[in-house]
Design a protein around this ligand. Sequence first.
Ligand SMILES: [Mn+2]
Length: 350
Amino acid sequence: MKLSFRWYGESDPVKIEYIRQIPNMHSIVTAVYDVPPGELWSRESIAALKKRTEEAGLHFEVIESVPVHEDIKLGKPTRERYIANYQENIRRLGEAGVRCICYNFMPVFDWTRTKLDKPLPDGSNALVYEKEDLEKMDPLTGELNLPGWDASYTKESLRAVFDEYAGITEEDLWENLRYFLSKIIPVAEEADVKMAIHPDDPPWPIFGLPRIITCEENLDRFLKLVDSPYNGLTFCTGSLGCTKTNDMVKLVGKYTAMGRIHFLHVRNVKILPDGSFEESGHYSGCGSLDIPAILKAAYDNGFDGYIRPDHGRMIWGETGKPGYGLFDRALGAAYLNGIWETLEKTGKEG
Ligand SMILES: [Mn+2]
């Protein structure tokens, strides 16, 4: 495994030099952040990110994310221009040494939480999804009190995009995803860049918008849309794992054995009885997921991709980007290192 850490560039309160000090750190996970979704990333911006990363003693091999323009998800005729740009971004990133691109195919809303700083009993705070609070929200009428949601939509433009999705069924979304993959995976193969879709977070429909990257049946279907090793997964334990119906240990083993997990996001979540969940410390005892068993399934099936601690809590008085402080993610990285080293030193089963 290649340990990695998300970094939001120079505006990130977490310095890249601090990330390097985490033992066994291999790669930075980053993106060009000043270009709107669907547009080209300049070679200069990509080269500058690579230089900055390598000067800090880390590898520049993983991008999270190259966003997919809404017109591609909607299957509008204008998608052709955005798909051409996407192909070119894959080529440019491949030339710069990037080997893995994470992206998602969630309509309108990316990850969704109802609170970003819920106090936990130990005095830390974390991102939470409270079912009752979410059900009270209506993005089209009331104020959209969705934390972390960047208000790039005005109320009018949000209504317009919801209207466009009104005619889009889950099957339409599948077809639009298939079309997109049929255009980009051949380019990714040529550029030697593994594409890794991130599951929907949480893995169920939000505000009546369809979501399809949610469960084993759908992951199987996704991988068959274009049956290439370059069409793979960002396996995010905290996204797929916030419903008990997804068996994380089984799924990580299965998709690793198929050679289709290119990027592993590891975090723990505590599933609450009413279908809400809290993000918790990485340690298994803090949440509902068995992290050593998940990593063992990856290890036993030959995982050699990128891995990163995913969201962390805010601890030790740190302030900054919710989910992306240094301290708790560094604890997560150390925990992953400890488990992985033990797996390597004790060897494969059988
Ligand atoms: Mn994730």
